[in-house]
Design a protein around this ligand. Sequence first.
Ligand code: NDP
Length: 295
Amino acid sequence: MAQRIDGRQIAEDVVAQVKERATKLIADKNIQPGLAVIIVGVDPASQVYVASKSKKAKECGFKSVQHTLPADTSEADLLALIANLNADKSIHGILVQLPLPGHIDSGRVIQTIAPEKDVDGFHFVNVGKLVTGETETAFVPCTPAGSMILIERVRGKDLSGLTAVVVGRSNIVGKPMASLLLGANCTVTVAHSRTKDLPAVCRTADILVAAVGRPEMVKGDWVKPGATVIDVGINRISTPDGKTRLVGDVDFAEAEKVAGAITPVPGGVGPMTIALLMANTLVSAYLAAGLERPR
Ligand code: NDP
């Protein structure tokens, strides 16, 4: 049976370290990391995410500001708020919760965030830095960055020569995940909806990352024996008793019989995403203070 990768515990470790470093930054330099989270509209899932991000920021000792804007907020007003936060020295990270209402151009909003405060890592400057290997000053998107920590916990820091397959090519998960694995000297294949014989491609993977959004799509016989399986997917499915439950993109019951290590859903990648948001905000505060990125 595969080792279960305990994302909750590892995320707690990350948050504890962030908190310790934030406390020291405040004591030594009188700089309190600040995170501003913006939500437009009342989407219940987004509200839950935003509330947990703000709460975690407070837990870390950060200044935590939440801007809750009505669904009919104009794009101009949202851009003006971002411009104010860009200029606010007490704010080191700005996060705009996606999706935004249809009348707002998400791309324009993301590109308005100052790259040095773009703790989600979606700005073209940060995307470019990741792809070109300028990781000292880059902000890497939180979900793939967190997944990378989970992989390193199992495989160690040296991933050289391992074969990695990333299923999914979104800008927020699949592509940055592939860039990180490539940067770590893996041989990387990015699979997607047009990939031929996906099971055979997946079976080549020493490290298999599923970021698809299809419940339990990756079956046990798609997994190479001993592989490290990172399940990014979060899907809510109905159960026969009329309730619902969360499952990943991997058929966990099947895959855990074959894999060497595997993340559960929930309790795997999910908690890492928010932990890495805190870590990115801390990094931003360090860099703004002219300090080196903490390791
Ligand atoms: P997207 O919908 O943006 O991307 C999905 C990708 O999967 C696309 O590249 C698509 O291919 C590919 N795909 C879809 N169907 C298939 C298929 N049958 N075979 C192979 N590839 C397929 O999703 P995200 O990247 O945003 O999210 C993926 C999953 O991760 C979701 O379940 C989401 O909820 C979850 N997630 C979890 C997070 C966390 O914190 N744990 C954070 C972010 C996302 P194509 O490009 O060809 O259409």
